[in-house]
Design a binder for this molecule. Structure first.
Ligand SMILES: [Fe+2]
Length: 306
């Protein structure tokens, strides 16, 4: 894998800035910096491998019924593979998600590690078997990420299918009990096909996805990359995204040095509200480029609506 190929972490580059340049200026420098300063590097390796936080969000976004409580666990950017996300660690993540006893569990794509420092390969059969242990009354649903597309989408599809986790690609399902129904929609990946430096062709179809919403019930939308949020209409109560890893290596009190987004740090992490529309971006669990995390510990989101 070269730093300029699709395995790299940077999907977007600002006009006039090459993707390779962005990589060097961003996460690459931060990662190398962490390695140059051994104490920081060791800390970042430990944070990636050992920390696991549950990040709670509680909100009633527009369009959601105030009296309708729904809990959602979000597993984003697992990137299964050692040193930081070996099979034991994947088990720990699944156990922690099950312990939350959420009504719904969603898997946000990028299931296996593709960086050059993998010390333990976790095959598709192994990580998917663990994800297959997830349980929630309204089910477990998944979408695909860019790394899935770039490094073996067929295997990921088969793996999720084998453990009966529905994969949503520009699709929507109506869930919940009578009188308290809601739509769960999942978007195809926006960076699915790498065409060259800073050039991608997505398989996302937001209008087509929302056309499948045929009742007035509230809509939750799963997207891997948050950038599509600028196009999401108010009809969607909440958009949930991953992909950014919150910047992955982040120094205190300053925005992330680098975020894989055309909008810089605007959608890097957390609960973002713009024009009465709500987006929650997970910092994810695994690593891209380097098995290090700094200031953005691996997290499972626990969202409570209503
Ligand atoms: Fe991604």
């Amino acid at each position: 894998m070269s730093i300029g190929d699709p395995a790299a972490f940077a999907p977007h580059a600002a006009p006039g800035v090459s993707r390779r340049g962005l990589l060097k200026a961003g996460l690459g420098v931060a990662g190398v910096g962490a390695l140059v300063f051994p104490g920081t590097g060791a800390y970042a390796a430990l944070e990636a491998a050992n920390d696991l936080v549950i990040t709670p969000y509680r909100l009633t976004p527009p369009g959601w019924r105030a009296g309708q409580r729904l809990t959602i666990s979000v597993i984003a950017d697992l990137h299964a593979g050692g040193p930081n996300m070996g099979l034991q660690r994947v088990r720990q993540v699944v156990d922690a998600a099950n312990a939350l006893q959420s009504d719904l569990i969603v898997l946000m794509g990028d299931y296996f590690a593709t960086h050059r420092f993998v010390t333990e390969v976790v095959p598709n059969e192994a990580w998917s078997e663990e994800l297959g242990r997830l349980r929630a009354p309204f089910g477990v649903y998944s979408i695909l990420g860019n790394h899935d597309w770039w490094h073996g989408v067929k295997g990921v599809r088969e793996a999720l299918n084998r453990v009966h986790v529905p994969l949503m690609e520009n699709d929507a399902v109506l869930l919940g009990d009578p009188g308290r129904r809601f739509w769960l929609a999942g978007l195809g990946d926006q960076l699915a096909h790498w065409l060259g430096p800073s050039r991608f062709r997505g398989v996302d179809d937001l209008p087509g996805t929302l056309k499948k919403v045929t009742t007035d019930d509230p809509v939750l939308l799963l997207v891997h990359e948050p950038d599509i949020f600028v196009q999401v209409p108010e009809r969607v109560s909440l958009t949930i995204a991953g992909h950014t890893h919150g910047g992955q290596i982040r120094l205190p009190l300053v925005p992330p040095l680098w975020t894989p987004s055309a909008y810089g740090a605007r959608f890097a992490y957390g609960h973002i509200v713009e024009r009465n529309r709500h987006l929650i971006v997970s910092g994810g669990l695994g690593c891209s480029q380097v098995p290090l995390r700094l200031g953005v510990p691996p997290e499972i989101l626990h969202i409570t609506l209503g």
